[in-house]
Design a protein around this ligand. Structure first.
Ligand code: O7M
Length: 211
């Protein structure tokens, strides 16, 4: 079974809540990032909490250890269940995010390789492998790897073993749902669902990967 994670990158609180509520029966978690939180404030977490789905804070945290700690403390105090951090800032900074997450009985995921075309300028080849190794060394709960390059997911899987791999880039960015779902633990989908005429029907269609 592969999880379906809704990336709720909409800017309006009411619309975000309506989409999340209608999609809830078909998804395993909701990923909330800067677009929604900067529009609504952290109180959006309280609005979504009633759905009883894990809420993942996609803030791609990338600072010195102390600032990462302060950010992650705020994330978990707000009610999030997981945080996503960058690893390129180094093991000490990434490990801080993992430690804060685990202290709150939460999870932390490290970005190993990104999905957009420009990602190959830096996050590629050896670098992504190093970031995946860093995620393992820091005891992160998993990594983020690109649905747009499934062959890369295979390489990164060899490094992280049975740690979770969550993969964005399906649909709007060109990644193929079924190809990627076979390789990862969770597929992250945004626009293909929330921009659809019927987000719930689209989420249900995507939810075939959960079987
Ligand atoms: O399905 P989309 O393209 O509308 O949305 C994808 C979401 O995944 C969106 O929130 C992106 O910011 C995020 N994402 C990527 O698209 N590519 C990456 O490499 C990494 C992420 C991400 O979620 O990182 C944690």
């Amino acid at each position: 079974m592969t999880e379906l994670i809704l990336s709720l990158d909409v800017l309006d609180r009411k619309r975000a809540c309506a989409i999340a509520e209608s999609c809830a029966p078909f998804i395993d978690a909701i990923k909330v990032g800067y677009p929604l939180v900067l529009s609504t404030g952290l109180t959006i977490v309280e609005d979504l909490a009633g759905l009883a789905l894990p809420l993942i804070a996609d803030f791609k945290v990338a600072d010195i250890p102390n600032t990462n700690r302060l950010i992650c403390e705020a994330v978990f105090s707000a009610g999030f269940d997981a945080v996503i951090a960058h690893g390129f800032v180094g093991a000490d900074a990434a490990r801080t995010c993992v430690e804060v997450a685990h202290n709150h009985s939460g999870a932390a995921y490290i970005v190993a390789e990104m999905s957009h075309p420009g990602a190959t300028e830096f996050f590629h080849d050896g670098v992504a492998e190093r970031l995946a190794r860093l995620a393992v060394a820091c005891r992160a709960d998993g990594i983020i790897a690109p649905a747009t390059r499934p062959e890369r997911i295979g390489r990164l899987r060899k490094i992280v073993g049975n740690k979770a791999i969550y993969s964005p880039g399906v649909g709007a960015q060109g990644g193929d749902l079924d190809t990627v779902a076979r390789l990862v633990d969770g597929v992250i989908v945004g626009r293909s669902i929330y921009e659809a005429e019927g987000p719930a029907a689209e989420a249900e269609r995507f939810s075939r990967i959960r079987r």
